[in-house]
Design a protein around this ligand. Structure first.
Ligand SMILES: [Zn+2]
Length: 344
């Protein structure tokens, strides 16, 4: 449904459309795809890239922003083109998962798999507690005590890092980065080659949900060099950088923004993840743990799925109007700051 609305809105603006069809289908047997809508001069030296659904279920909010933007009318020009990537992880989006078809967190997958994989000893220690064999109340309480014990011993930031920075040893765990480049990574690589290879100035907004205070949209930059940092300071009233310790996000391995910058070495790229807060971190992490358990140890279409999918929607795709309208207002603000920065 989200896809049809997006495509209708893009067609109404005569956007150039391109579909990257996913090999698997959705729960209703529907085709899955990542769609690209390109507006404006194909040779524009300056482009704005807006991505939704890097984390599957988080795409409900991102898709709504992209579609409303199209519906209200996007003003591309000879100087500034707009590239919208809709549902980069279409499988997770359709199946209401944050991860993809391989249980991979796409935003931990952009590492060099030819080199030794990043270690995460904290996760190794906590793996059995994070995604236990059972997910009854008793097990949830017992494993919560294990996690709390880790936080008491090492501090909460270390717990957050162990859980969420990315891990490569536990394929049925959470924040798993995979063993090779996944479909969505190859897809965004291909989009980058087709639509951005000759770009001179690029702004990137990758839309996320689930971290931070409810309704707040934190602009998070990854590994900015000195010149990108200067632009970030010029463009945005506020932004954070995980390696500075200023972000709601832990320092993560294998993120998409750093990858885009590596692929486009000649472009002047200014990239942020825009992270909209929903529920508190424990609730969000419990939703992901339950979902990982469901796929590892139960039937994702069985009766246990209902409360788990409801918790996942609460944490990553809230339905309430107030939240949706704060997301939209913040998206507009960040988009306008980005556009002004790109054209300055
Ligand atoms: Zn996300």
């Amino acid at each position: 449904m989200s896809r049809a609305r997006f495509l209708d809105a893009a067609k109404a603006l005569d956007a150039r459309l391109d579909a990257f069809v996913h090999p698997l289908s959705g729960p209703a047997g529907e085709h899955l795809a990542t769609d690209v809508a390109y507006l404006g001069n194909p040779n524009a030296p300056t482009r704005l890239l807006v991505i939704s659904g890097t984390h599957g279920v988080e795409g409900f909010a991102g898709s709504a922003c992209q579609t409303r933007w199209l519906t209200e009318g996007i003003t591309a020009s000879d100087d500034l083109a707009v590239v919208i990537v809709h549902a980069l992880n279409p499988y997770g989006f359709a199946w209401v998962r944050r991860v993809n078809e391989d249980n991979v967190d796409l935003n931990r997958n952009f590492i060099d798999f030819e080199s030794s994989l990043p270690a995460n000893l904290g996760y190794d220690e906590l793996a059995g507690a994070l995604v236990p064999d059972r997910w009854d109340e008793e097990t949830q309480e017992a494993t919560a005590r294990v996690l709390l014990g880790y936080a008491t011993e090492h501090g909460f930031p270390d717990l957050q890092a162990a859980v969420s920075k990315g891990q490569y040893n536990h394929p049925t765990g959470i924040f798993y980065g995979g063993t090779e480049a996944v479909w969505s990574r190859k897809t965004i690589r291909s989009i980058s080659s087709s639509y951005l290879a000759d770009v001179e100035r690029l702004g990137v907004i990758d839309l996320h949900t689930g971290l931070g205070e409810r309704g707040i949209g934190e602009a998070i930059a990854e590994e900015p060099d000195a010149s990108e940092r200067t632009r970030l300071e010029d463009w945005y009233a506020e932004f954070t950088v995980p390696t500075d310790g200023t972000s709601v996000s832990a320092v993560i391995t294998g993120d998409i923004l750093a990858a885009l910058k590596r692929w486009l070495p000649n472009a002047e790229t200014t990239a942020i993840a825009l992270e909209f807060g929903t529920v508190d971190m424990v609730a969000a992490s419990n939703a992901l743990r339950g979902d990982a358990w469901l796929y590892a140890h139960a039937d994702p279409l069985g009766p246990e799925a209902l409360p788990i999918k409801a918790a996942l929607s609460d944490a990553f795709a809230p339905g309430d109007e107030e939240w949706a309208s704060s997301v939209w207002d913040r998206f507009v603000e960040i988009r306008e700051q980005t556009t002004r920065g790109l054209l300055a």
